[in-house]
Design a protein around this ligand. Structure first.
Ligand code: ADP
Ligand code: ADP
Ligand code: ZN
Length: 214
């Protein structure tokens, strides 16, 4: 199963990608998570990405593309992957096509998660991340058992610096201008399915399962 999840920031792509990855037994490949991991480890890639992420704009396509290629070439991605956060513009859409063609692989589907802006803002504002294991929470919709503490590993939860209001506005603009054109790109290739991202995590997951026919 090779799937991509499209949708604006806060739509629930990462949350649904986790569910799908467990269901299909393939890795959840999130470019945002990979950049944040590199940033925590202090790698050159992380340091390069930081300036862009802090401003809410896209990291350059060549850097991002190399990172994705390295990730999908790892053994665990041989049976497939759930790509979350890539591609994010038309150049990356073409690059992914080329990457797969060179490996004689193809994409099974692009699932676009559709959520109105007021709901996106509510989801982003309450999002909290575990810096240690990467788990995602929400202060209201998916609260940890102990406030501010990760259920899985006990680390203190943080708000992503780019989830503050000023940067969120930039990211929504980047989505509209650069990422949304990918909807037509995948529609032309007969790969696009749009689902509503409203409702509980389970409701959205059921909707996605339905369009994937299993
Ligand atoms: P979101 O919650 O908006 O989906 P992500 O965690 O996917 O956020 O991305 C956070 C930041 O990481 C982006 O604002 C951007 O700076 C960088 N990033 C993630 N994926 C990509 C990509 N495919 N191309 C360029 N930059 C990316
Ligand atoms: P994205 O990867 O698209 O940026 P996330 O999966 O990180 O989005 O979800 C954004 C926030 O909304 C997180 O705090 C997450 O816990 C929460 N969330 C995700 N799906 C739902 C849902 N169906 N209902 C309510 N909150 C949700
Ligand atoms: Zn944790």
């Amino acid at each position: 199963m090779r799937l991509i999840l499209l949708g604006p920031p806060g739509a629930g792509k990462g949350t649904q990608a986790d569910v799908l990855a467990a269901h299909y037994g393939v890795p959840h490949v999130s470019t945002g998570d990979l950049f944040r991991y590199n940033l925590r480890q202090g790698t050159p890639l992380g340091l390069e990405a930081k300036g862009y992420m802090d401003r809410g704009i896209l990291v350059p396509d060549d850097v991002t593309g190399r990172m994705v290629a390295d990730r999908i070439d790892r053994d665990d991605a041989a049976p497939g992957f759930i790509l979350d956060g890539y591609p994010r513009n038309l150049v990356q859409g073409e690059a992914l096509e080329e990457m797969l063609r060179a490996r004689q692989l193809h994409l099974d589907r692009a699932v676009a998660v559709d959520v109105p802006e007021d709901v996106l803002l509510a989801r982003i504002t309450g999002r909290r991340l575990c810096p240690s294991c990467g788990a995602t929470y929400h202060t209201l919709y998916h609260a940890p058992r102990r406030e501010g503490v990760c259920d899985r590993c006990g680390a203190e939860l943080l708000q992503r610096p780019d989830d503050r209001a000023e940067t969120v506005a930039v990211r929504l603009g980047v989505y509209r201008d650069e990422t949304a054109p990918l909807l037509a790109f995948y529609r032309e290739r007969d790969l696009l399915t749009t689902v509503s991202g409203l409702g509980s995590v389970e409701e959205v997951a059921a909707r996605i399962r339905e369009v994937l026919h299993d």
